[in-house]
Write a protein that binds this ligand. Structure first.
Ligand SMILES: Nc1ncnc2c1ncn2[C@@H]1O[C@H](COP(=O)(O)OP(=O)(O)OP(=O)(O)O)[C@@H](O)[C@H]1O
Ligand SMILES: [Mg+2]
Length: 252
């Protein structure tokens, strides 16, 4: 996939340099802390996973990076830019795109219409058509269903559509919130292979996933979030061998 953006300035971070840095981040909902001091880093070109139990703060972390939740303390820095006062639209323009938990596709719009909504930050019709072709190459099942209403797709197809829609913004970095949730095992493998291919084309990935086995298989490094704090981090292959991780997240 061609992720080069026709208008965006060349990215500042080179391969191996830190692209996203979350520093001592705290977020509260109505005075109750959902995350306390989350520290994480993603380098350009990496697939980094964030795992953790229900309510640990994974979604909150992703939404806050996208500036969909107010920051109580700490910082989110993307490509050298502090996102403190940046609105979500401009975060997308800066190169970040989120595939939200539960997919949030528009059930009464067609597949094509859903995809085109993801390209709201682009005006050039040729570039949009080119990106759509890239998405269809990634998910041929979507190409066969361009006129079908989103709500009539299977769960796995809806997840493909949600990822495709996020890719329509031509992101430098994709944030994925539980792509395997509620999806038939047969399609989960397809979706993770597509995520790997997206990474192969140079898109940096932060993957939130409750399926720890998959998350550690497809990522290079991982963070474990526990009650709003990073409890552990390291190379995914090492974490997969860690006794504590095995007992808590890999079913012993
Ligand atoms: N809009 C909200 N208002 C109040 N509390 C919230 C809100 N959203 C999340 N929370 C709380 O913040 C904490 C973290 O939630 P979050 O959704 O980030 O967790 P998560 O790790 O994504 O969990 P899951 O695996 O179930 O998706 C939870 O205690 C949750 O109840
Ligand atoms: Mg969540």
């Amino acid at each position: 996939m061609n992720t080069a953006h026709p208008t965006r300035p060349p990215p500042k971070a080179k391969a191996g340099e830190v692209l996203l840095s979350v520093q001592a981040l705290a977020v509260a909902y109505g005075g109750i802390r959902a995350i306390k001091k989350v520290e994480l880093e993603v380098k350009r070109g990496e697939i980094v996973a964030m795992i953790g139990a229900n309510g640990a703060g994974k979604t909150t972390t992703l939404k806050t990076i996208m500036r969909l939740c107010p920051i109580a303390e700490g910082k989110v820095v993307y490509d050298g830019r502090d996102l403190a006062d940046v609105v979500t639209e401009d975060v997308v323009d800066a190169g970040l795109s989120l595939v939200p938990e539960g997919r949030a596709i528009f059930p009464n719009l067609t597949v094509r219409e859903n995809l085109e909504l993801g390209a709201w930050n682009h005006r050039n019709a040729n570039a949009i058509a080119e990106t759509e072709a890239d998405v269809v190459a990634l998910f041929p099942r979507l190409g066969e269903r361009m006129k079908q209403e989103g709500g009539t797709l299977s769960g796995g197809e809806q997840q493909m559509l949600a990822i495709g829609r996020a890719m329509m913004a031509r992101p430098s970095m994709l944030l994925l919130d539980e792509p395997s949730l509620g999806i038939a095992p047969r399609l989960v493998a397809d979706i993770f292979e597509a995520i790997a291919r997206i990474a192969d084309t140079g898109t940096t990935i932060l993957l939130v996933e409750q399926n720890t086995r998959l998350a550690l298989k497809y990522s290079q490094r991982a963070y474990v979030l526990r009650t709003g704090e990073i409890a552990m981090s390291g190379p995914s292959a090492e974490l997969a061998q860690n006794d504590e991780i095995k007992a808590a997240y890999l079913g012993g």
